[in-house]
Design a protein around this ligand. Structure first.
Ligand code: GLU
Length: 302
């Protein structure tokens, strides 16, 4: 088994503590762990607790416990986004100094279908002297010519003409909270992440993150978006549609279900501990075998 830290590869898992892990999140965690360990790299953990209204009491601890029960041990200490305000503020200051931000006090009703500002807040320019009196969000001006390109392990060639389709997005919300797009970019850079492996439900966030990396002078990691797990009726498994939480008492069964959904070789019956299952999975990890549409079998959910 390759040992952690022998290569420059640095991967991460970055759950939001909005609820317990479900099989879909285990798939992302496991794929990211397998990619990192297979490369002999490090695998870091970040708890994205920047949105208190959406958080569930006890979820962060439950996630840490659940990962450990599944043998997915991380390197270094956990990074908690709730403790990173100073880093986010300096990134906002850098964006502002570069002339990339504008204040937008639009109400939800005034925004366009993509959540874009259509009232010309951007044209009104910098934050001062016309800083609105009412609460305002900070948005990034997307240059009209900006286009994001990358080669994605599972999604292939990506070409997103962001400037032509979306001209601005929020980096600090009206309620004062930092937006996910900002925090994730600042922390991927701070943790030296070279490879982001996560669910394809976040694919359309990547162009925004690549723009922020460019504006902030950060290197862009490589991206690998794992296809989203669905149930047999084609419904995406997510916290929003109440995917059942993983049973922490059945980690071996959960790992087997996750490996099957990832199209991986099925571990022999005698591999009964999580350690034995993970060692087998690592030795036989085959990213090309991940199906375009992983489906969970009925037996995998409690
Ligand atoms: N915190 C995000 C989530 O739980 C994932 C962020 C990421 O992997 O970039 O959906």
């Amino acid at each position: 088994m390759p040992t952690a830290g022998h290569s420059a590869y640095r991967g991460r898992f970055a759950p939001s503590p909005t609820g317990p892990l479900h099989l879909g999140s285990l798939l992302a965690a496991l794929a990211s762990w397998l990619e990192a360990r297979h490369a002999g790299g490090r695998w870091l953990l970040r708890i994205e607790d920047i949105d208190p209204p959406r958080e569930q009491a006890g979820a962060a601890d439950a996630i840490l416990h659940c990962l450990q029960r599944h043998g997915l041990h991380w390197d270094d200490s956990v990074l908690w986004q709730s403790q990173r305000s100073a880093a986010y503020d300096s990134a906002l200051a850098a964006l502002q100094a570069g002339g990339h931000l504008f204040a937008c006090a639009c109400s939800r009703r005034e925004l366009g279908p993509m959540g874009d500002c259509r009232r010309g807040c951007r044209q009104r320019g910098a934050l001062t002297p016309e800083k609105p009196a009412s609460p305002y969000a900070l948005r990034v001006s997307v240059p009209a010519t900006f286009s994001a390109h990358w080669q994605d392990t599972w999604q292939g060639t990506q070409d997103w003409p962001l400037g032509a389709t979306l001209r601005d997005f929020v980096v600090r919300r009206k309620d004062g909270l930092y937006a996910y797009q900002l925090a994730v970019v600042v922390d991927d850079a701070a943790q030296g992440i070279t490879d982001v492996v996560r669910g394809a439900d976040l694919l359309d966030s990547t162009p925004r993150q690549r723009l922020l990396q460019q504006l902030l002078g950060y290197a862009s990691p490589r991206y690998a978006h794992i296809p989203v797990l669905t149930d047999s009726s084609g419904q995406k498994l997510s916290k929003q549609n109440l995917a059942p939480p993983l049973e922490a008492t059945a980690p071996a069964r959960n790992l087997r279900a996750a490996l099957a959904a990832l199209g991986q070789a099925s571990p022999p019956a005698h591999a009964s501990s999580v350690e034995a299952l993970l060692a087998f999975a690592l030795a036989h990890w085959e990213p090309a075998a991940v199906p375009a549409q992983p489906v969970v079998s009925g037996a995998a959910t409690p």
